[in-house]
Unconditional design. Structure first.
Length: 422
């Protein structure tokens, strides 16, 4: 049973670079053995002219307490700020054991976590971390990442210091691949490293897929490739940060899981849905027509390139000021599976479920505020771009011919075009 724990929640308001205290978060056990979470906005925070909500659906800006028994008592916006699989592995390595409560992962997460939130035990927040790894540090970080993957007990030099440096940054940025955050060209970039068991050059393939999505007129995160010690590293510019004099502006960001108010446990995947996400975007987006068109385009693109890991954590909304908008696309990876008759996306994409098929994708066009004609035209343009450009774009991104062959089955598989949908 989880013990009672509490902390203060900090936020960087729009236009600022320093944390202020937004409220208090508490998790406590019930007599029935459940864990319940409680959040209360601070009175002084509510009186600020720049006070903003933590998220647009669950923790609206008002007096009084919020409670949840979902996800062991963790509200969606708070969960989105917590370390991902890779970050948890780093924290467990640093702690020397895996017997940690969810609250431990929250408190031991990085200062520079995703979005605009911070957490601490003091009423007044500490100053945000100013020192970041640089691209010059990538080789050291790469060696450390390899050690974590291989579960090596020691490294040459100051192993503990290297693990600590890797732990402090980039551990809530989503996904299970080894990563860190570096400062590069006056911006913060998420760096993704290769693994020894990769079947192809993941950094270059992901970079190429982002560029292909951009060629399809989708809004994507900026990316670059750099080479360190003979190994490629992907750099993805963080869109929840902007450099200002004296620090970085931090933008609120919550995942589609939070918008849908669902869990990321696979048992909850029946609620993972582009259609329901479109409904939520219509409610919270400052420009719903543009964001729904973009979401429809991404859904179609994911089906065309077999990006079958398009789960709700890989979709988000971002608030640079007060208004919420769909964030740029990120974490795009092809899955060249053997099946040529049917492939399923991670989220429901039409009235025939998760089937990555043209008829299914078009079946709920109205939920995206698109007419049938508009939806067909958008989908067909994307098909033509993917068909005519995917290999050229990949080769331009530095993907080898052998790797292009390895991923070729991901693009426009036969079942995408079937007219009969069961």
């Amino acid at each position: 049973m989880t013990s009672e724990r509490e902390c203060y929640v900090y936020i960087v308001p729009p236009g600022a670079t320093e944390f202020v205290t937004a409220g208090r978060f508490r998790v406590f056990p019930t007599p029935e053995g459940e864990s319940v979470g409680e959040f209360v906005y601070g009175r002084r925070y509510l009186e600020r002219v720049d006070a903003v909500e933590l998220d647009p659906v669950e923790l609206k800006l008002r007096r009084g307490s919020y409670e949840t028994a979902r996800m062991e008592g963790f509200f969606g916006a708070i969960r989105d700020s917590m370390p991902d699989f890779w970050g948890r592995r780093i924290i467990e390595r640093n702690a020397g054991h895996t017997q940690l409560e969810e609250f431990d992962y929250l408190m031991q997460g990085p200062d520079d976590r995703t979005g605009a939130l911070g957490f601490g035990l003091n009423v007044e927040p500490s100053a945000p971390r100013r020192k970041f790894n640089r691209t010059l540090d990538l080789e050291r970080l790469l060696v450390t990442a390899d050690a974590v993957i291989n579960d090596e007990s020691d490294l040459a030099g100051s192993a503990a210091g290297q693990v600590e440096a890797l732990m402090l940054l980039g551990t809530s940025m989503g996904g299970a691949r080894p990563k860190a955050v570096v400062e590069h060209e006056q911006d913060l970039w998420l760096t993704k490293f290769t693994r020894q068991d990769d079947r192809w050059n993941h950094p270059r393939v992901e970079h190429g897929l982002l560029k292909l999505a951009e060629a399809c007129n989708l809004t994507v995160a900026d990316s670059e490739i750099t080479t360190v010690a003979g190994r490629d590293v992907l750099l993805v510019r963080r869109f929840d940060r902007d450099r200002m004099k004296g620090g970085y502006r931090r933008y609120r960001m919550v995942s589609a899981l939070t918008l849908l108010q669902i869990d990321d446990d696979p048992t909850a995947r029946t609620d993972w849905s582009y259609i329901l996400l479109a409904d939520e975007l219509r409610r919270v987006s400052a420009e719903p027509a543009a964001d729904l068109r973009e979401l429809f385009g991404r859904m179609c693109f994911n089906a065309m390139v077999s990006n079958l890991d398009d789960h709700p954590r890989n979709h988000a909304v971002l608030a640079k000021e007060r208004d919420w908008r769909l964030s740029p696309a990120f974490d795009l990876t092809p899955a060249p599976v053997i099946a040529m008759d049917r492939r399923d996306l991670a989220m429901t994409c039409g009235k025939f479920g998760r089937y990555a098929n043209r008829i299914n994708l078009l079946s709920q066009h109205g939920r995206f505020l698109l007419s049938k004609t508009e939806a067909v035209a958008l989908l067909d343009r994307t098909v033509e771009t993917v068909r005519s450009q995917w290999r050229t774009v990949m080769r331009h991104a530095g993907v080898s011919e052998a790797d292009c062959e390895a991923i070729s089955r991901a693009f426009l598989y036969d079942g995408f075009f079937y007219e009969e949908v069961a």
